[in-house]
Design a protein around this ligand. Sequence first.
Ligand code: KIV
Length: 272
Amino acid sequence: MSLQTDKPLTTVATLQKLKDDGKKFSCLTAYESTMAKVISAAGVDVILVGDSLGMVIQGHDSTLPVTMDDLIYHLANVARGNQSSHIMADMPFMSYSTDEKALDNATELMQNGAHSIKIEGGEWICKLTSLLAERGIPVCAHMGLTPQSINRIGGYFVQGRDTNQHEIMISEAIKLEEAGAQLLLLECVPAELATQITEQLNIPVIGIGAGNTTDAQVMVIHDLLGISCLEKPPKFVKNFLANSVSIQDAIKQYDQDVKSGAFPAKEHTFFK
Ligand code: KIV
């Protein structure tokens, strides 16, 4: 596979157009330059520099220890390797605990190669979402299982299964879009809920453990390569390297399967 490309940069407008045209897009995490280059060359639309780096790179048991310095270091490496993918950067735990902190930290991410930032939360991040959006920073709101709140949630459980939580999540997703979020990420929710949110929102919805009706899928690159940091990989993970001849082929297969809707299959999906 050639690593050269003349493809223009994927922007939030590109992703919006894909949703408007009914086309799915792919997203993978990366934390360093060579992998970013390979992922981008494979045609993956979005590279997420996720705070999952705390687990898969640093060996922590949660994302909480990840700092802004860690994120910036990995983001800058990814930006150097990227060709045309949209780079989304996670805002680490507590880096958006006040508006002032959030504005400074989001600025730093955008100045180090991010094209959008991701923050975890529901209604409580609406005001911050508006603040960032008004200042020209594209926001992806991350709902459902939000790993930075793992100590409040009590474990990596599917979210939005009961009727009350289901309705609250739909209403919060709508409020986040109204507040100016340009992307929404849903983690570990029943497929029925993800379908309703994806249908009701105009902005693209990216899923992980949210079934295959969302507009896009994201996966941690280590999971795709079958080297999950957990003893037993989560249900929504598929090892694409198992049936591929190279890492490049595995990533290409993931990209194709996401875009065709073949991945995730039923066995990777949570239901109510
Ligand atoms: O940090 C991360 O990699 C993420 C994905 C799992 C969605 O937030």
